[in-house]
Design a protein around this ligand. Structure first.
Ligand code: PRX
Length: 631
């Protein structure tokens, strides 16, 4: 079960093997897992469909791999450590045996509530142990989990619940976030007013509030588990059955449900976890992501638990009660691997070094970064002040769609270069393509980042809309998966991710499509149209800049701005709030009516002198007006 590559020479050899004989390479790894019935073929694939199948006809249950198979040797090992929002509150620790029992108990409760294999369960919860338990309980009985980040609004929850036709929602009365408490059940109530598919709601009592409970529909978590057995047979799943859906934004339309399947995702989550973090048996590993995003799915829950690791979950935020909270938690629990996002590093960096220098951080071995390009200044601060120049920084590039880390350093075994994700993991074949879709094979080049061969944890489809999956990811460059990112490859073959080349904005490591924000803004009755672009933001990586055309230029700009923000918060959530809003009389358009985002982007970036030729626009004067009024 130790899947670790232990030196850079071994890495190079394994990489070679994985390209020469991918099926043999993955077979060796997959064999070490626990299968209820062995697979009879490793891979069938066609990127045109797309139609990709891994470990054909294999039967398994991922929770047997994450829990049952550890009970004999690791029954008393800590599986999960939960650190609360309030440092004065006590952490919760579950051994593998205890977590197993909690998951089985809740799995039985789900069944008692009528949830069956294939049903979709939406999980909208705080970062508490019950979130992990709920996810694993779904997997135990073959229900498909769709976790929705607890910062999304009622509208956004309703969209996701309806798209997935979720039969149940699991939530809590509310959540703690720094000094604030935020209601969740109220949001769910509002959301599912418009969701006929939801038959029941389970509510965990997190804050001791007394939310509205609808008779016959809503049930308390503590009631439904009361008489449940602590053993629950694991549902046999086909390797290609759906494990979960996770909604993510793209350049067009509403967020889509990225579909991951049981077998391939299991294999890749554990393989990548062990290698990137070089996890050793007694290590304590902490990923600060929220389970509402893919990072939390793969690197808080599945990767670590399938590997028999001790994984930590944190309820709070980096700056509460003070900006030393992360470092205090690392010392308190003796954390060995720490995985966080550049936006958090930049926020803490802004508070100065004192907060980090007052902790020893001796236990740390590996530092990780994820979600957006890490600028050199933040990289160095992380490396020097947190890692004491002793710990490697693994800059891991991947996506919701890839299921696991694709390009990254592997602990301390691979060379590292600031702001460079580095080399692909063995089994991953990235390529750079030029404008024409031709592969650029030499080094020291830049291009569109694609992948030319399947890997086990790749998305299989977008839920109930396979065509959208094909068009979004497999139609741009024939025979390739297109990531939507641009990248450079240096003289030594190390990759540096430049950022998105499509209309996706990455705010604090979270993805938003310009189209979905525009749609939200346009739902404001006074708005004629709008265009949204990203601009460089010192803390968030990118900020949201909205150009808004009102029917009549508003007299009170501040009120109008507040109203626009309110509609975005209502439609999507506070996380998608535009940072800057500029009211304009029109948008720069081509003669065929297409909005020239390139121009708007340059203005938002503060480079109005680099607009290029604007004389062919429908109304060139509008550009001067926008430049003059730019924020
Ligand atoms: O643009 C890349 C950026 O985040 C996008 C994926 O976002 P999401 O699906 O929300 O997943 C985030 C966590 C895996 C990518 O297309 N991105 C992610 N990691 C990095 C990154 N950009 C640069 N460096 C990274 N390490």
């Amino acid at each position: 079960m130790d899947l670790r590559i232990k030196s850079f020479d071994e890495y190079k050899e394994k990489y070679r093997q994985s390209v020469k004989n991918p099926e043999g390479f993955w077979d060796e790894i997959a064999k070490t897992f626990s299968w209820k019935e062995p697979y009879d073929k490793v891979l069938e694939w066609d990127f045109d469909g797309p139609d990709v199948k891994w470990f054909l006809n294999g039967k398994l249950n991922i929770t047997e791999n994450a829990l049952d198979r550890h009970l004999e040797k690791r029954g008393n090992k800590l599986a999960l450590i939960w650190e609360p929002n309030d440092p004065k509150e006590r952490p919760i620790r579950y051994t593998y045996r205890e977590l197993y029992e909690k998951v089985c108990e809740f799995a039985n409760a789900l069944k008692a509530q009528g949830i069956e294999k294939g049903d979709v369960v939406c999980i909208y919860m705080p970062m508490i142990p019950e979130l992990t338990i709920a996810v694993l309980a779904c997997a135990r009985i073959g229900a498909v989990h769709s976790v929705v980040f607890a910062g999304f609004s009622a509208h956004a929850v309703a969209d996701r619940v309806n798209d997935a036709k979720a039969k149940m929602v699991i939530t809590a009365d509310g959540l703690n976030r720094g000094a604030k408490q935020i209601p969740l059940k109220r949001v769910v109530d509002e959301a599912i007013e418009n969701c006929n598919c939801v038959e029941s709601v389970i509510v965990y009592d997190c804050l001791g509030w007394s939310p509205n409970m609808k008779e016959g529909r809503d049930h308390w978590w503590h009631d439904v588990v009361q008489t449940m057995a602590k053993e629950c047979p694991a549902e046999p799943m086909d390797a290609e059955d759906i494990l979960f859906i996770l909604y993510t934004s793209g350049s067009t339309g509403k967020p889509k449900g990225v579909v991951h399947t049981c077998g391939g995702y299991m294999v890749y989550s554990a393989y990548s976890f062990q290698n990137v973090f070089q996890y050793e048996e007694s290590d304590i590993y902490w990923c600060t992501a929220d389970i509402g995003w893919i990072t939390g799915h793969t690197y808080i829950i599945y990767g670590p638990l399938v590997s028999g690791a001790t994984t930590m979950m944190f309820e709070g935020v980096p700056t509460y009660p003070d900006p030393g909270r992360f470092w205090q938690v690392i010392d308190k629990h003796g954390v060995n691997q720490f995985y966080t996002a550049p936006t958090a590093i930049r926020a803490l960096m802004a508070h100065g070094e004192d907060h980090v220098l007052s902790y020893s951080l001796d236990s740390l071995k590996v530092l990780g970064s994820v979600g957006e390009p890490i600028n050199e200044e933040a990289w160095r601060w992380y490396h020097i002040h947190v890692g004491k120049e002793r710990c490697p920084v693994v800059d891991s590039w991947w996506q919701t769609e890839t299921g696991g880390i694709m390009i990254s350093g592997l602990g301390d075994i691979s060379p590292m270069r600031p702001s460079h994700a580095g080399y692909p993991l063995p089994g991953i074949q990235p390529v750079l393509l030029d404008q024409e879709g031709k592969e650029i094979t030499e080094n020291g080049v830049e291009g569109y980042l694609c992948v030319k061969f399947p890997w086990p944890s790749m998305l299989r489809t977008t839920y109930r809309d396979h065509e959208r999956c094909r068009v979004t990811y497999f139609s741009h460059y024939k025979g390739h998966y297109f990531t939507g990112d641009g990248a450079k490859r240096d003289e030594n073959g190390m990759y540096r991710i430049i950022g998105r080349v499509d209309d996706v904005i990455n705010v604090s490591g979270h993805r938003f499509g310009t189209a979905e924000i525009e749609e939200a803004i346009n739902s404001n009755a006074a708005v004629v149209e709008s265009a949204v672009v990203g601009y460089p933001h010192a803390l968030k990586g990118q900020g949201i800049y909205a150009y808004v055309v009102f029917e009549k230029m508003p007299e009170d700009l501040e009120t109008a701005r507040a109203e626009i923000i309110e509609t975005v918060v209502e439609e999507i959530g506070r996380i998608a709030k535009p940072e800057k809003i500029q009211f304009v009389s029109g948008l720069p358009k081509t003669r065929s009516g297409k909005i020239m985002r390139r121009i708007l982007r340059k203005i938002a970036e503060g480079e109005p002198d680099k607009l290029g030729d604007t004389s062919t626009l429908l109304d060139p004067d509008v550009v001067d007006e926008i430049v003059n009024g730019a924020q």
